[in-house]
Write a protein that binds this ligand. Sequence first.
Ligand SMILES: Nc1ncnc2c1ncn2[C@@H]1O[C@H](COP(=O)(O)OP(=O)(O)O)[C@@H](O)[C@H]1O
Ligand SMILES: [Mg+2]
Length: 371
Amino acid sequence: MKQPQLYIGLMSGTSADAIDAALVNLQSIPQLLAQHTLPFPAKTRQQIHSLSLPGNNEIDRMGALDTDLGKLFAQATLALLANAGVSATQISAIGSHGQTIRHRPPGSSEGTFTLQIGDPNLIAELTGITTVADFRRRDMAAGGQGAPLVPSFHRAIFHTQDHDRVIVNIGGMANITYLPAQGQTTGFDTGPGNVLMDGWIHSHSGDIYDKNGAWAASGQVHAELLEALLTDAYFTLPAPKSTGRESFNRAWLNKSLARLLTAPSSADVQATLLELTAATIANSISCLGKTAKEIYVCGGGAYNPRLMQRLQDLLPTDKVASTAVLGIDPQWIEAMAFAWLAQQTINHRAGNLRAVTGAKREVILGGVYYA
Ligand SMILES: Nc1ncnc2c1ncn2[C@@H]1O[C@H](COP(=O)(O)OP(=O)(O)O)[C@@H](O)[C@H]1O
Ligand SMILES: [Mg+2]
């Protein structure tokens, strides 16, 4: 029997809810062996959110948070290893996505850059494991959006010649990967995933998310608000495209709320935000062609039955399900993807897809911090 090839993926997305750490055997078909979630302390989450928009004294605040997050990523890794009963010396490498605090894709008026923090020097030093990090900037250097990067992994594990498939990742933002049975893999960010719903409920009840979409389900979609939100140019922009909290945030929502003729209740706003996520994903999928597709959802949004139901309603000829039906828990796919991307880098293989990010070439992603 061949030796296992053990990699760890560390992921914390725009929701800034937690660090997801996944131990994966990449010897052949990627196999999730163990997982650990380290929720962010409320203060850390607040610091991340506040650095996601321009503000005062950003360099000092960013530097301090870079260090704190590096230590937390290391802590998540050590807890994962302890749970799994595996030692650091057995791990080939860690792939750490880092925490995005700013994403300015090509065409941004503020300049072109993307910034993920969580110091990989600390991760390598505190775990004793070679760490690959800073994946997005090489794609951007090659002319790409720097995002999304998960489609190459989605293709590696979910492509089949039997059906056209779409993998929908609903984190803070949402992105899709189109895997036609024949032909090229494509994908892009569709817009907000959970980020607006999380922010709205947090400011009303203090909850960090709307569990099972229950609050949204108690309201009515406000047609005028939905229509106003859908006029944002991002939703009709052709791919390649990527986005973040810089574009879809409370100020963006407030602009539309302020112009309404009739004020919705707060539950109606939540219902409308859920509908916005479902509608923008469904519209993007409808544009991929008329053939019936299998739609598999991953990311935290897959645990929101209301959102899953609205997606299915809006895509009646497609079949919508969680990736759990394919045997992979939706929470762990993105962390697994970064374990896989680390292996790509360590083996000197490219990680981006030109048709997805718009990069001029497929490149080896990330920097390597040796153990
Ligand atoms: N049971 C649930 N009901 C509704 N939403 C959920 C549920 N579980 C997770 N979520 C949503 O998923 C989000 C986290 O998703 P995740 O994939 O970790 O996003 P990110 O990659 O941005 O960190 C939470 O903030 C929440 O909005
Ligand atoms: Mg998360």
